[in-house]
Design a protein around this ligand. Structure first.
Ligand code: PEP
Ligand code: MG
Length: 583
């Protein structure tokens, strides 16, 4: 038995065989297929090539409308490469005759293409090599995406082992068969962490070289509370963790029961709304079952992995329509696309940036390529006829950015009106507060934005200069850093004083620890991963605002993040005792 330690990001215990996903670095091992699999594998390659071509066409068409012709020409060249006989003939031949897997055949053929070009050493041809790498990656991504979907073929649960789970990999997994997630990289608010939490699946990230250390089929125990991962445990250890897993399930059940009976206000009668953070629209029915008041944050990025880099207005609209149907009249807050850096950068073919978290991501990309925002805003305004809807802009850092986005949205409203398309022009337009400059300038933003939602995942990252996805600095990623708490409390207090709706939708809101603090700052709207709803509802019903306010005074007098954390932990134990809930 081997024991590894990583960063615990989603509690619970999973015990299941490992399923190792090939990483984004595409280290493709030499693997062979059986004779009876040849036709199926040829088909898989053909579909991957067709999808890759469609993606390139979409990108080409969209850049043609906004960029100079030379940019479009690059993608024309990519299309020609995908039609070259080296790809259309040689790869299928290798699958048929050598019985290589399509992934291995692709990597062999591209090695053969790229090697001589690299050897020329000419700078013009050197740049072309990147085009070939790009196409190879696109093909492999399509192949591996399909392989990930095949996880639904498992008749029993697996622990997914990956370098990092890309959003599109997670979106395509059949979650019924995923008992746990473990990854080489990642931090406490990385995408894997958020998704695992949303789905209530135990997860440990930042394990270093776990994909290399584990083989498919190894029995894995994931302890999502302690960050411990055990490989091929002995019988006694396995039995111990099976018992622990039971205790977790029992705790969840008790919390769901307690929440169902709990009042929807604090002990002294303050109404508190608990909204859900949604990554995929099929999570909504579960959130509704758990008593959510609506969706406080719909991360719409998954639409871009589901339908390709440039979903149409109709594709957006259909997703929002489905969300409204599941919400049955509850609020739907749609965040406009936030990709770049940790989200979908490779899937949508964004250029490499040395510093992507500080680069052209999120709203900056929407303003650089307005067609992205226009298409999505049209769908959002139309979907607003189906139920209460709000539109939220991510990563706003300056008043200029907010105004520029509002101007585009106003033009969209004029267009819809002129075209006679049914829509609602009175959809509230709000913003995430997740860049420190926005938190500091909150008083000015109050004049611009109709509502606010504090994104603590990015706010912590940008305030403390700590990469949210980097396991080596995960110990520095502290919500309880007093600088972060001052920004959060400043934003909440300013909004409350101005009577402007404010919520917290970062992971901080979903952790029971912080509920007392946030209530004491004046927060009444929380937006959290659906599985956090029962715990939070139970805890909030047991607290009074007076108690929360005096707790804030005590906590904010401390200078050390760890001292504040210790205080918060003691409060959770007081309100949700282990004696009552089992762990
Ligand atoms: C945040 O930054 O806190 C947030 C809620 O958005 P995301 O995690 O999607 O960046
Ligand atoms: Mg964010």
């Amino acid at each position: 038995m081997e024991i590894k330690n990583g960063i615990p990001v989603s509690p619970g215990v999973a015990i299941a065989p490992a399923y190792v996903l090939d990483s984004e670095f595409f280290r493709i091992p030499k693997r062979f297929i059986r004779k009876d699999e040849v036709d199926l594998e040829l088909k898989r390659f053909q579909i991957a090539r067709e999808n890759a071509m469609r993606e390139v066409q979409d990108i080409r068409d969209s850049v043609h409308s906004i960029a100079k012709d030379e940019v479009g020409l690059i993608f024309d060249a990519h299309l020609r490469m995908l039609e070259d006989p080296m790809i259309t003939r040689e790869i299928p031949e290798k699958i048929k005759q050598k019985r290589y897997t399509p992934e291995y055949a692709v990597s062999r053929v591209f090695k053969k293409i790229i090697k001589p070009i690299k050897e020329i050493g000419d700078s013009y041809f050197g740049q072309r090599v990147n085009d070939f790498y790009d196409i190879q990656k696109r093909l492999l991504r399509n192949l591996l995406g399909q392989q990930a979907q095949n996880i639904s073929k498992f008749s029993r649960s697996v622990v997914i082992v990956a370098h990092d789970l890309t959003p599109s990999q997670t979106a395509t997994l059949d979650k019924k068969h995923v008992a746990g997630f473990i990854t080489d990289v990642g931090g406490p608010t990385s995408h894997t962490a958020i998704l695992a939490n949303a789905l209530g699946i135990p997860a440990v990230v930042g394990l270093g070289t776990i994909t290399a250390d584990i083989s498919g089929g190894d029995i894995i125990i994931v302890d999502g509370k302690t960050g411990r991962v055990l490989v091929n445990p002995d019988d006694a250890t396995r039995a111990k963790y099976e018992a622990k897993s039971e205790v977790y399930h029992e705790r969840e059940k008790r919390l769901v029961d307690a929440a169902a009976k709990a009042e929807r206000h604090t002990r002294d009668g303050a109404n508190v709304k608990l909204y859900a953070n949604i990554e995929l629209d099929d999570e909504i029915p579960h959130a509704v079952e758990l008593g959510t008041d609506g969706v406080g944050l719909f991360r719409t990025e998954f639409i871009y992995s589901q339908f390709g880099a440039h979903p149409t207005e109709e594709q957006h609209f259909e997703v929002y329509k489905k969300a409204h149907a599941a919400l049955e009249g509850r609020l739907l807050t749609l965040r406009t696309m936030d990709f770049g850096a940790d989200k979908y950068a490779s899937e949508v073919g964004l250029e490499h940036e040395d510093n992507p978290f500080l680069g052209c991501r999120s709203i900056r990309l929407s303003l650089r390529e307005p067609q992205l925002l226009i298409t999505q805003a049209r769908a959002i305004l139309r979907a607003a006829t189906l139920g209460p809807t709000r539109m939220m802009l991510p990563m706003i850092g300056s008043i200029e950015e907010f105004r520029a986005a509002r101007q585009i949205i106003d033009t969209v409203k004029d267009d819809l009106k002129r075209e006679g398309v049914p829509h609602r022009a009175d959809v509230p337009l709000g913003m995430m507060v997740e860049v420190p400059s926005a938190a500091i300038m909150i008083e000015s933003f109050l004049k611009e934005s109709e509502f606010f939602s504090i994104g603590t995942n990015d706010l912590v990252q940008y305030t403390l200069a700590v990469d949210r996805n980097n396991q080596y600095v995960a110990g520095l990623f502290k919500h309880t850093n007093p600088a972060v708490l001052r920004l959060v409390s400043g934003v909440i207090r300013a909004c409350v004083a101005a009577g402007r709706p404010v919520s917290v939708c970062g992971e901080m809101a979903g952790e029971a620890h912080f509920a007392m603090l946030l209530l004491g700052f004046g927060l009444r709207d929380f937006s959290v991963g659906p599985t956090s709803l029962p715990e939070l509802r139970t805890l909030i019903s047991r607290v009074s605002i007076a108690e929360a306010e005096s707790f804030v005074q005590k906590a904010m007098a401390l200078d050390l993040a760890d001292d504040i954390h210790a205080l918060l932990e003691a409060e959770v134990e007081r309100l949700l005792p282990v004696a009552e809930f089992g762990i």
